[in-house]
Design a protein. Structure first.
Length: 290
C-alpha cells in the first residue's frame, strides 16, 4: 500500500518511539518520516501528522519554516497557526485570559528584569524554564535560592530565550501530574506522571527527560477542565486538531493547567489497550475520501 499519511519524527530519533511502535502496525497507510530530512517529498502525502519531532525547540525557526512549507503541499496536523501558538508557552496567558485556571506564571523576555515582586509573589520554591522548550529541557527547580533563580534567568536570556517563573506546586510530589489525551476532539484516556524536577533527571534519548508514567482515571474536576479547554480551542482559533494533551497539576482549590500539548506530545498509547486502535482510526479518518 502506498503511504498516504506521514507520521512525522526527526532524524535525531534513532528508533521509533513507543507510540509509533504501537500505531504503525495498525496504520498501513502511514510511513515514518523526519521533518528535518530534506529528501522527503511532502506533496506525496495526503496528511502529515506531527508526532515525535522532539528536537523542534533547538531549531524553532527552521521547524516553523518547514511547517509552513509542508502545509502548502499537504494537510499538516496539527495546523501551522496552532503550532506557532503552542510552541511558545506564553499561550498560558491566553488561556488565563479566557478564564481557565493556569499555574501562575511570570514571563521575562531578554532585556527585561525580573519584576521585584516576582520571586516573593510566586513563592520561594520556584521553577524557572524557557518559554520554548520540550521534555523539561532548560527547566530548573530552586528552593529558597533567589540568586540562583536570577542566574538561570540570565543564562536563558543569554541564549536569547524568554524565561518563565512559576511556583513549584508541592502537591505534584504526592499526587503527580495528570495528562488527559484527546483524539479528534474526543477524550481517549489519561496518564499519571510522577514529578520530574524534584528528583534527579535522566535523559536516555537525549531529547527529553525520562518520565515515570502510569495509567490513571481522571477525576471529575480534571475531566471537566480538560473538556472545557478542548471545546474552547476552535473559538480560540485552533480548529481541526488531530490530538491534544492537557497536562494538569493538583492544587487545593482544584486542578490547574501546567501545559497544553498540541504540537508533538507523547500520547501514552500503551497505557490503554484500545488507545492505539483509536489513534489509528482517528488518523485514518483524516484522509480525503477517494
Amino acid at each position: 500500500m502506498t503511504a498516504r499519511i506521514a507520521i512525522v519524527t526527526t532524524l535525531e530519533m534513532s528508533v521509533p518511539d513507543a507510540d509509533e511502535d504501537l500505531l504503525l502496525p495498525l496504520l498501513p497507510e502511514a510511513a515514518l518520516v523526519a521533518w528535518d530530512d530534506p529528501a522527503v517529498e511532502w506533496a506525496a502525502f495526503d496528511v502529515a501528522i506531527l508526532r515525535s519531532t522532539w528536537n523542534y525547540h533547538d531549531h524553532l525557526d527552521a521547524f516553523r519554516a518547514w511547517a509552513r512549507r509542508a502545509s502548502s503541499v499537504t494537510r499538516l496536523l496539527n495546523p501551522v497557526p496552532t503550532l506557532e501558538w503552542n510552541t511558545d508557552k506564553r499561550y498560558l496567558a491566553d488561556l488565563a485570559a479566557a478564564g481557565f485556571p493556569v499555574v501562575p506564571t511570570t514571563f521575562v523576555a531578554p532585556g527585561e528584569a525580573v519584576p521585584d515582586d516576582a520571586v516573593v509573589g510566586l513563592g520561594a520554591h520556584l521553577v524557572v524554564k524557557p518559554s520554548v522548550g520540550a521534555g523539561s529541557n532548560g527547566a530548573r527547580l530552586f528552593d529558597g535560592d533567589p540568586d540562583g533563580a536570577a542566574a538561570h534567568v540570565a543564562a536563558l536570556h543569554a541564549q536569547g530565550k524568554v524565561a518563565m517563573l512559576q511556583p513549584y506546586l508541592a502537591e505534584v510530589d504526592t499526587a503527580g501530574e495528570t495528562a488527559l489525551i484527546y483524539l479528534g476532539g474526543r477524550f481517549s484516556h489519561a496518564a499519571r506522571k510522577a514529578a520530574i524536577l524534584s528528583r534527579d533527571m535522566s535523559w536516555e534519548t537525549g531529547l527529553y527527560a525520562d518520565e515515570k508514567v502510569v495509567a490513571t482515571t481522571a477525576t471529575p474536576a480534571e475531566r471537566d477542565l480538560a473538556d472545557r479547554i478542548v471545546a474552547a480551542l476552535p473559538g480560540l482559533g485552533h480548529p481541526d486538531l488531530a490530538y491534544a494533551r492537557i497536562d494538569l497539576l493538583p492544587t487545593p482549590p482544584g486542578p490547574v493547567v501546567l501545559e497544553l500539548e498540541l504540537t508533538e506530545p507523547s500520547l501514552f498509547l500503551g497505557l490503554d489497550p484500545e488507545a492505539p486502535a483509536r489513534a489509528a482510526a482517528t488518523f485514518r479518518a483524516l484522509l480525503p475520501l477517494p
